[in-house]
Design a protein. Structure first.
Length: 297
């Protein structure tokens, strides 16, 4: 069973930088956090939120973080990445945390580091499930975060995201009625999470299975960039855009922008929807869009 799980090979994060380690007090205990910056004045803080499952850690996101953020260090940004509850040296238990809990952790890290680094501006950025958390954090903690970027974070529910995942798998396998088969499969998975959700992935799914991002998207009054991959098998970009139209029938508010990166997958690497082999090349368009959007005022 997979729901917004993306793993990356470990990499040395941000060579030739200052690395600061903090144990930041969070709502459920200390959060192990690393901050990366170069030896020049810092004007803004980026708080990066990893994805779902036990495999999403600071280390597993090293290559991803390096690609998107290393150039920004030279422009005066500091980048903070923290492990979820119960991962690494962070205290707590991620399997018992809902999305508001994760957003509260992000808010605590952002508020703490703004004071510690002496900066006024903080941006929350999250990938995959972390993109959902970005939406919640920006809605709930506008006093902490000036803006946010949701990278492959859906605008639809957890249930719909899992259906997206299985639909893509069945489609790529050449099966008939992939959507119908996916809906049946997900009904079974959600039923199992209710009956057996006492630990691990099933416990986490039991807690988050009813999540809908629409109340938070409606509440956001800070700039938000929603970025999707054209060939994302886990988060269909067309479905995301259609859902935005349902949430905002009078039109998406100016503070919310969306951008679809051509020919890219869930990790924003160049890939078809049904790849035959693992791809390594990132879509340059994705990094360019993040940098240009951050420069807008």
């Amino acid at each position: 069973m997979k729901y917004l799980i993306t793993l990356f090979f470990p990499f040395i994060l941000f060579a030739q930088t200052d690395t600061l380690t903090f144990q930041i007090p969070g709502p459920a205990g200390r959060l192990e956090t690393e901050v990366y910056k170069v030896k020049k004045p810092v004007h803004s803080l980026i708080v990066f939120l990893v994805g779902s499952n036990v495999g999403s850690t600071r280390a597993s996101y090293a290559t991803f973080s390096k690609y998107f953020f290393e150039d920004l260090l030279e422009e005066g940004y500091a980048v903070a990445v923290f492990d979820k509850r119960g991962i690494g040296k962070s205290e707590g238990n991620w399997t018992k945390a809902n999305f508001r809990d994760r957003a509260a952790d992000a808010g605590a890290v952002g508020a703490y580091l703004k004071k510690e680094l002496g900066v006024q501006k903080a941006i929350v950025v999250g990938h995959s499930q972390g993109g959902w958390i970005t939406q919640v954090a920006l809605a709930e903690y506008p006093e902490v975060f000036e803006r946010g970027i949701s990278l492959a974070g859906p605008t639809f529910s957890v249930k719909e995201q899992i259906i997206n995942d299985y639909t893509s798998k069945y489609f790529c396998a050449g099966l008939k009625d992939p959507r119908g088969k996916a809906e049946k499969k997900v009904r079974k998975i959600l039923c199992m999470s209710r009956l057996m959700g006492w630990k691990g992935n099933f416990q986490q799914l039991r807690i988050i299975r009813k999540f809908e991002p629409s109340p938070y998207l409606k509440k956001i009054n800070r700039p938000l960039l929603l970025m999707f991959g054209e060939n994302d098998a886990l988060v269909n970009p067309q479905t995301c855009v259609e859902q935005l139209s349902k949430i905002f029938p009078q039109g998406t508010p100016p503070v919310i922008q969306y951008h679809v990166v051509a020919q890219s997958n869930h990790s924003f690497r160049i890939s078809p929807l049904c790849p035959k082999e693992r791809t390594k090349e990132y879509a340059e368009e994705a990094k360019v869009k993040v940098k240009s959007w951050l420069s807008e005022r």
